[in-house]
Write a protein that binds this ligand. Sequence first.
Ligand SMILES: C[S@@+](CC[C@H](N)C(=O)[O-])C[C@H]1O[C@@H](n2cnc3c(N)ncnc32)[C@H](O)[C@@H]1O
Length: 196
Amino acid sequence: MSFRVWLKANAADKVLAPLREELVALFDAGASVLDIGCGTGDLLFRASNKIGKGHGIDLDRQMIQYANNKLVECSATNLRFDCLNALELMQDSYDVVTSTLCLHEMDGGEACDILRQVSTMSGRLLIADYAEAHSLAGRIATEFDEMISGHYSKFRRYRQSGRIPAYARTCNLEVSQAIHSSIDGIVIWELQGKSP
Ligand SMILES: C[S@@+](CC[C@H](N)C(=O)[O-])C[C@H]1O[C@@H](n2cnc3c(N)ncnc32)[C@H](O)[C@@H]1O
């Protein structure tokens, strides 16, 4: 396992544990869930006892390999992980499409293409991503995290553009609720297609 994947599984996933629990609480029992940019698959592993089936996709081959190795070790037969660009998703349908801290990493155009694509696959999108942190410590943590991430310029453009609510407007989606995570600076936005 590379140091990068080890760090993700042993540090970032642990820091994000409260957010995972908040997302799992929003899934209906038995739901089918697609996780875009799933990383190590931590969210779906935590949800596996509640949901009907989970499909995680990520561009990063090493993350997907980690998730698939973990799948062999545990008995979560309702989960599946594929190394795939979200832009290349085949048409399929899910009760929920979710994504955590993924869309801020890309150009706004690409993020909107993904949102448009997945909104045809599910009536319920739960997007957890960066918002304005309330505390100074939260603002510093977000800045620091993004500065070392290698995609700071994309994060800045995401912030300047108005974040997920602005992407939703561009894609003609409605923000039906915005839930502030107990992790300061992260919001779970629930998006739905606008009624005609
Ligand atoms: C900050 S990580 C978050 C991972 C995970 N969602 C979590 O909460 O721990 C963002 C992930 O999105 C993935 N990603 C970025 N663009 C993607 C795309 N177009 N399709 C699929 N995955 C993508 C990256 O490879 C990375 O693993």
